[in-house]
Design a binder for this molecule. Structure first.
Ligand code: BDR
Ligand code: CA
Length: 320
């Protein structure tokens, strides 16, 4: 599997990178950084440090992408992840430096020179992917698969009641991407809350492992633990990005999927970035529900994932 990860590296984004690095059948062709969780250059440093701590410094190029959303003012998640995105761990600067050139050009060049071979895991706001598509629309047909973490599958959000963070930050980009014709699998925040919370016993296993990577995991999880305890009454280990990566690199982790019609609200006041997700109606249903969207499905939505299999993959990735 030839994979590119598009990321706003902070917290769980880093664990996702580790999963891809540790999977023997995955070649991580590059990491592209998009605006999102924390200040842009800090995200670049977090990705570089993650490679270094995994013993992969200098082996995977890191490209800087779009530092701002398409139309909106930037929104970050420093409240959740800490000012540096890594629970204010104060990690040293990695030796590897980012590449010269732009992530969007790297994406286009890599996809177009390897038609049907490259997969992208998009685990950040979709500015880089939408910009690449607008610049070279043929990437939609030439990309093997696009895995997106974003949106809500008819549930309450983590950013507003109606929206999930990645879609909220850049709703226009999300709308462009879901309507671009990519072969697309969507992993929503709804899935994170149902299948992407690390069970307490697995968390204890990671804590007890005491390896450099398990210590890295525990260190950068501290701010999210505090934040989720305030929000949900107990600390949660939430894994939107790493669960999506796990599904991409081991399809058996997807227990239930549905081909759906997905679109993104860009006009709403209270519903900015709301993701409309439904299965296409049968002709009979369409006669009754005549105001429902009637286009064919444009995405496969993951509705249930194997939490234990995901957790075991994560534990194995943190073993050294
Ligand atoms: C998504 O938002 C970000 O804060 C996380 O990194 C994840 O990609 C979850 O809504
Ligand atoms: Ca992310």
């Amino acid at each position: 599997m030839r994979l590119i990860i598009d990321t706003d590296t902070a917290g769980d984004d880093a664990f996702s990178i580790l999963l891809a690095l540790k999977a023997p059948h995955v070649t991580l062709e590059g990491i592209t950084i998009c605006n999102g969780n924390v200040p842009f250059d800090q995200q670049v440093e977090n990705a570089l440090y993650t490679l270094e701590v995994a013993g992969a410094g200098g082996t995977v190029p890191v490209w800087k992408g779009c530092p701002l959303p398409m139309l909106r003012k930037p929104v970050d998640a420093t409240e959740f992840f800490g000012a540096d995105g890594m629970s204010d761990a104060g990690f040293p600067q990695a030796q590897q430096r980012p590449e010269d050139g732009h992530a969007v050009d790297f994406l286009i060049d890599t996809i177009m020179s390897n038609p049907g071979e490259i997969e992208i895991l998009a685990q950040a706001p979709l500015t880089n992917i939408a910009t690449a598509y607008v610049k070279e629309p043929r990437i939609a047909q030439n990309l093997k698969h696009l895995w997106v973490m974003g949106g809500l599958d008819n549930s309450i959000g983590n950013t507003t009641p109606a929206s999930e963070f990645n879609f909220y930050v850049d709703p226009e980009a999300a709308k462009i991407v879901v309507n671009a014709g990519f072969r697309l699998t969507l992993s929503t925040w709804t899935l994170t809350m149902s299948s992407g919370l690390l069970p307490d016993d697995k968390l204890r296993v990671i804590e007890a492992m005491d390896t450099p990577l398990s210590r890295f995991f525990m260190t950068i999880s501290q701010a999210p633990f505090k934040r989720t305890e305030m929000r949900y009454g107990r600390p949660l280990s939430t894994h939107p990005d790493s669960l999506t990566c796990a599904c991409a690199i081991d399809h058996a982790i997807m227990l239930e999927t549905a081909d759906c019609l997905v679109d993104v609200e860009t006009q709403g006041e209270l519903t900015r970035a709301y993701s409309s997700i439904c299965t296409p109606l049968t002709p009979d249903e369409a006669e009754i529900d005549f105001l429902w969207p009637s286009a064919p499905a444009n995405a496969r939505v993951i509705r249930k994932a194997d939490t234990n299999r995901f957790a075991e993959m994560l534990i194995a990735a943190l073993a050294d």
